[in-house]
Design a protein around this ligand. Structure first.
Ligand code: 6PG
Length: 252
């Protein structure tokens, strides 16, 4: 009898009063995940999101007393720029968090996206395989994957209409994003869906239509990329501010 695949988690949506409350809630969720993982497995594997929304939460985390020597930080995607470039997710996260906590340098796993995108993608896939001890076909199980969403519904660098979004086997791919005219390196849906916890942080009225589409109870052909990141065996929580939640019916 084949073991039943657990049902993908339906999204839970929590609306926060403002950006400070959003950052505090995110920091609390990450703290719980870290402490639980370290207690259970001796380490915590966190996947950081790029973009600007999570930065206040990263700054709060930098002031939180966590067992940073047991934490490993990974990135869900990276822009193909040098690590000190203003667009670099590494630079932003290093300034807000990594450079401010006692995390062993070898525990901060940067995507070397300044290299050839395909090489950077396969190198990072090998980092995940080695860290999680993956056999062919196995998936990395992050303790918490922090995700953002663009107003077009993309998450990580899985943009609508790109082949990266349809990748079913590789863990990390290079993606040329037409609308940006730029290369990105991104984790794929299989790599994101295997997390124990997926935590979306989304703010702003411009994202309201996609928040509604992405958090619908069921996915369909119209579901945006962010709505497809539903953990196969884990929890899914959307932390959103009022403007981003204005089209969503949430439990009052
Ligand atoms: C990136 C992110 C991307 C981001 C969204 C939202 O590299 O840009 O990984 O998926 O989360 O674009 O970005 P903001 O939080 O800046 O709106």
């Amino acid at each position: 009898m084949r073991p039943r695949r657990p049902k993908a988690a339906a999204p839970q949506v929590r609306v926060l009063a403002d950006l400070d409350a959003l950052a505090r809630a995110a920091c609390d969720e990450v703290g719980v995940a870290v402490r639980e993982a370290v207690a259970a497995r001796g380490r915590a594997d966190l996947l950081l999101s790029g973009g600007s929304t999570p930065l206040p939460a990263y700054e709060l985390l930098a002031r939180t007393d966590l067992p940073w020597d047991r934490v490993h930080l990974f990135f869900g995607d990276e822009r193909c720029v040098p690590p000190d470039h203003r667009d670099s997710n590494w630079r932003a996260a290093h300034e807000a968090l990594i450079g401010r906590v006692a995390l062993p340098p070898e525990n901060a796993h940067r995507i070397a996206a300044e290299r050839d995108p395909e090489d950077a993608a396969s190198d990072y896939e090998n980092v995940l395989i080695a860290h999680f001890g993956l056999r062919p076909g196995e998936l990395p199980r992050f303790d918490l994957a922090l995700q953002g969403m663009g107003s077009d519904g993309h998450t990580a660098s899985l943009f609508p209409g790109t082949t990266a979004l349809n990748e079913k086997t590789r863990l990390v791919v290079a993606a040329f994003v037409e609308k940006l005219g730029a290369w990105r390196v991104t984790l794929t849906l299989p790599a994101l869906r295997s997390a124990r916890r997926v935590l979306f942080l989304v703010a702003g009225a411009d994202k309201a239509p996609m928040v509604r589409a992405a958090t619908a109870a069921r996915t369909d052909a119209e579901t945006p990329a962010a709505g497809l990141v539903r953990p196969t065996d884990g929890t899914l929580l959307w932390l959103v501010d009022g403007p981003a939640a204005q089209l969503v019916k949430t439990a009052s």
